[in-house]
Design a protein around this ligand. Structure first.
Ligand code: AMP
Ligand code: MG
Length: 179
């Protein structure tokens, strides 16, 4: 499994959908979709952007179910998820070690961009209810710390991809070389 993480607004989903279009033998799984299905089922949320506001205990319960499902998958998977989630209680790890333990991970990829580019992308995406733009640099540096921790814990190499404005194709190419 390859895990792709990104700062909200870095363009991770756009990059992954381009990668998918370009044809690969990997199957794509979106962590947020799996979590949303679980949390809607429990009646905790109605929409995607409510999930990170839930009490940590609930987010952890949903993560545990997603992790159990993921641990049963074999084959070539690309998992679209987050290094850390910006919750009202603080930064929360997207991949707590207890859940990471059961997964066979080949590579960890973090997608990021400059703060200005992220702000512009968030403003151009009315489908999402994004957080304030005050702590983008801080969230980005926290994510890099989590990335290093996941890499050290799993022994899988980590790569940072910069999704520069107008250079989406370059980022896709870089990603393709990593598969
Ligand atoms: P996305 O569409 O990638 O921004 O993900 C939507 C939401 O799914 C995020 O804002 C989080 O609430 C949740 N989510 C995704 N991956 C994780 C994860 N590994 N751990 C906890 N929550 C996650
Ligand atoms: Mg996304």
């Amino acid at each position: 499994m390859i895990i792709v993480m990104g700062l909200p607004g870095a363009g991770k989903s756009t990059l992954l959908s381009k990668l998918k279009e370009s044809g690969t033998d990997y199957e794509f799984v979106n962590y947020g979709d799996l979590m949303l299905k679980i949390e809607i089922g429990k009646g905790w949320v109605k929409t995607r952007d409510e999930m990170r506001k839930l009490p940590i205990e609930k987010q952890k319960q949903a993560q545990k179910l997603v992790a159990a499902w993921l641990a049963k998958q074999n084959g070539k998977l690309i998992l679209d998820t987050h290094c850390s989630v910006n919750t009202p209680s603080g930064y929360y790890p997207g991949l707590p070690f207890a859940f990471l333990k059961g997964l066979a991970i080949e590579k960890l990829i973090y997608v990021t961009a400059n703060v200005d580019e992220i702000i512009a992308r968030r403003q151009n995406d009315p489908s999402r209810l994004r957080d304030s733009n005050d702590n983008i640099a801080e969230h980005d540096s926290m994510n890099r710390c989590y990335l290093a921790a996941y890499s050290a814990f799993t022994g899988a190499p980590s790569v940072i991809i910069y999704n520069k404005q107008g250079k989406l194709d370059e980022a896709v190419e870089q990603m393709k070389k990593l598969l």
